[in-house]
Design a protein around this ligand. Structure first.
Ligand code: NAP
Length: 423
């Protein structure tokens, strides 16, 4: 299956227009500028894409991971893709001499669909590309509903709360925003996200693309039994380099007042989900607003604290200072025998700079004990930069015990027990 493709056969990379939330992540990520968009669709230029797969892990919906074996001269053009409402069906590939030699005979249309569903990249790219986390949910996760509301038919939610959850005197202006869906169904699970469509157009006159936010509330609502959910949104006032920048959607959301309405699409996400079976343990590792799904999962556990069903909760939470750590007050009120809280503060005056990975090493014994339990799932959410540091720390604590991290890492991925959502 990984034999080189014959020269006239192209494994064309496509984006599913029915699932894509137009969040622009792929276009920003593509190292060769093969991805572009118009007001209708995000598309991949077959003449530029080299199948490097860099855009695949960051895509929040998986819409990016579509492939078709095509005769190169018949590849779908960018213009054609702009007009699509849905992906075209697989086409039978004509028998070609080189294709036969490569094991891609007349039966290639069937093979192609298998191959495409695995999102297999050209061999060179595939060798270089390994997801840090699992691409499957934990075995006991509940069934997620996805894409119930789309760009063509978004749903209107009403703002019923908007509160700042960081110290008023700090630079980190982080809001807890509660959206109500009224009578319309919006089933969600902890770990899923929604897309917000900010009003207005960008500098090119195109409608703003959707921005994705993780749920901060559990499946039964921000308020149990209500048809609502919450988000954790940081007002963006500068870019990653520290230069002044105005975040279109974050400022829109942080400025919303009670009873304002918002256009919502989603829900999204079918792997970063919590286990549903009794006594499952969670190791939650997050920075800043990456705490949103951890709050959702913790609240799910808190609401059933007295049932005896809960496993252990261990939290590693990174922020600049206590006052910039979202939900600091409510978090610290949780009983210590309910959740093991480890705060990594990087800019607290008078204290050494600490990152979550430092604390994972400090707590190596407890982390190892949990990792050894097949009921443990690990969730990592927040800054992209933490990914490598966290993986290194997990490797170190495993190796200190004389275990092989590469074997455990594979097991965790295969069993849907290690999940990343980093930006
Ligand atoms: P932040 O305040 O910039 O940083 C939080 C903490 O992480 C700080 O202590 C920071 O330390 C530390 N940090 C920086 N680099 C690190 C590294 N390489 N390893 C470990 N820790 C590191 O965080 P933020 O602005 O809230 O950003 C959170 C991220 O979560 C964003 O990228 C956001 O897109 C993402 N996210 C948000 C949501 C949501 O629903 N809102 C969901 C998923 C993910 P320093 O003092 O060194 O800066």
């Amino acid at each position: 299956m990984n034999a080189p493709l014959p020269a006239q056969v192209l494994k064309q990379h496509l984006i599913d227009p029915e699932i894509c939330i137009r969040c622009n992540t792929c276009e920003e990520t593509c190292p060769v500028d093969a991805i572009t968009h118009d007001s209708n669709n995000y598309v991949v230029d077959p003449d530029i894409c080299n199948g490097c797969m860099a855009c695949v892990p960051p895509c929040p919906t998986g819409s990016i991971d579509n492939w078709r074996l095509m005769v190169r001269s018949e590849a779908y053009s960018v213009q054609e893709q702009f007009g699509w409402e849905e992906l075209p069906k697989e086409k039978a590939l004509p028998v070609v001499e080189e294709a036969t030699a490569a094991g891609l005979s007349g039966a290639a249309s069937d093979d192609a669909s298998d191959d495409a569903s695995e999102g297999a990249a050209p061999p060179s790219a595939q060798a270089a590309f390994t997801l840090p986390g699992a691409s499957v949910p934990p075995w006991s996760a509940a069934h997620p509903y996805v894409n119930l509301y789309t760009h063509k038919a978004p749903m209107t939610a009403t703002v019923v709360g908007n509160y700042r959850v960081t110290g008023a005197d700090t630079e980190s202006d982080i809001h807890h925003i509660v959206l109500d869906f009224g009578e319309l169904p919006f089933p969600v699970l902890e770990g899923q996200s929604i897309g917000i469509l900010p009003p207005g157009v960008d500098a090119q006159g195109r409608p703003h693309h959707a921005r994705q936010y993780s749920l901060a509330s559990p499946r039964d609502g921000e308020r149990a039994g209500y048809n609502n959910l919450s988000l954790t949104v940081k007002r963006v006032t500068e870019d990653h380099g520290g230069a002044a920048a105005h975040g279109v959607c974050s400022n829109y959301l942080c400025d919303l007042a009670k009873n304002d309405t918002v256009q919502v699409i989603g829900p999204f996400g079918h792997t970063f989900l919590m286990p549903n079976h009794p006594r499952a343990n969670l190791i939650m590792i997050c920075t800043g607003t990456g705490s949103a799904p951890m709050r959702a999962m913790t609240e799910r556990y808190r609401r059933r604290m007295d049932t005896g069903e809960n496993g252990k909760l261990m939290l590693f939470f990174g922020a600049r200072t206590e006052r910039e750590l979202p939900y600091f007050g409510p978090l610290m009120k949780l009983p210590r025998d309910f959740i093991d809280i480890n705060l990594a503060l990087s800019r607290e005056p008078g204290q050494p700079k600490r990152y979550v990975q430092d604390l994972i090493r400090d707590r190596a014994g407890q982390v190892r004990d949990l990792l050894a339990d097949r009921n443990t799932c690990i969730y990592v959410c927040g800054l992209k930069g933490m990914e490598v540091g966290v993986l290194d720390a997990l490797r170190d604590v495993t190796m200190q015990a004389g275990q092989d991290w590469s074997i455990l890492h594979d097991v965790l991925r295969r069993e849907g027990r290690l999940h990343f959502e980093t930006y």
